[in-house]
Design a protein around this ligand. Structure first.
Ligand SMILES: O=C(O)CCC(=O)C(=O)O
Length: 276
């Protein structure tokens, strides 16, 4: 099964959690009717305000949607309540409705870009402590959430473990989205010779956090094969894993890696030319 279709759902998220979940299920049904096998929702697809446990109402709705549409669902993320902690969590469901993976965002977005954006995700959320891979009949898939995409090591571990598709539900803002969103996806794809796919929230200028949008799919050669603008839509892409083999055959990066040098600190100080 080297060919399959992914759908990245870019939806606008409003105040009402139940409306957001109902809308997500509607989009999943539409994407499934269009032939998608793996369907991904955006970060905080159900809202970012009110946490719930997993399983809970939002993830139960996703499980039911996976069964009724017979698809894999990468459930964007929701604020997950676990005891007195809250995590930014993506639950993944297989076509029989079982939750086959749960990724808690590892890297929390604590930044201050002067004049643009200050964000302290760790004020509300705790970080996850595990990387997450799930299996499908098509390929193994690595999961990250939004800021996780910036960390090349994580993507490399996924690729080294055999993942051929990396999926990032996300929501870059207008501060970093225009500059970094596309380039990061292309970097992760080219470095690891894998497919990279993202699903963002649609832009809502009334929201406190205005999303860049532009959900996309990038192939192992670094080409953007599908991308939308800032509005609500579904981004589809046909994945052909033979493209990945071709990219790896043309550029055998894995064979050319000098792991012996990267892991030991064989830094030849004598050869460093210092400015006079
Ligand atoms: O890395 C970025 O620039 C944006 C990340 C982000 O918005 C998030 O992780 O919520």
């Amino acid at each position: 099964m080297s060919k399959f279709k992914v759908a990245m759902i870019q939806m606008a998220v409003r105040k009402s959690k139940s409306d957001n979940v109902a809308k997500a299920v509607k989009f999943i049904t539409e994407a499934s009717s269009a032939g998608a096998h793996i369907i991904t929702l955006p970060e905080f697809f159900n809202s970012s305000d009110e946490a719930e446990p997993i399983p809970g109402p939002s993830t139960q709705a996703l499980s039911a949607a996976a069964i009724s549409n017979s698809v894999y669902i990468v459930g964007g993320s929701i604020p997950e309540q676990d005891g007195n902690k809250i995590f930014n969590t993506c639950a993944v469901f297989c076509p029989t409705g079982e939750m086959i993976a749960k990724h808690r965002k590892i890297h929390l977005f604590d930044i201050d870009i002067p004049g643009k954006i200050t964000f302290e995700e760790s004020e509300d959320f705790s970080p996850g402590d595990k990387l997450t891979i799930f299996k499908t009949p098509y390929c193994d898939v690595g999961v990250g959430i939004c800021y996780d995409i910036r960390f090349a090591e994580m993507a490399q571990i996924y690729a080294d473990r055999g993942c051929k598709l990396l999926v990032y539900p996300g929501e870059f803002s207008m501060a970093t989205g225009p500059k970094h969103w596309e380039v990061l996806q292309r970097l992760r794809a080219v470095d690891n010779q894998v497919y990279v796919a993202t699903a963002s929230r649609a832009r809502n200028t009334q929201s406190g956090y205005v999303a860049w949008g532009h959900s996309s799919v990038v192939d192992p050669w670094g080409d953007v094969i599908s991308m939308t603008d800032e509005k609500e839509s579904i981004v589809y892409a046909d994945i052909d894993l033979t493209k990945l083999e071709t990219a790896r055959w043309i550029l055998p990066l894995k064979q050319h890696r000098r792991q012996d040098l990267y892991l030991s600190s064989s830094l030849n100080m004598d050869k460093i030319i210092r400015p006079q």
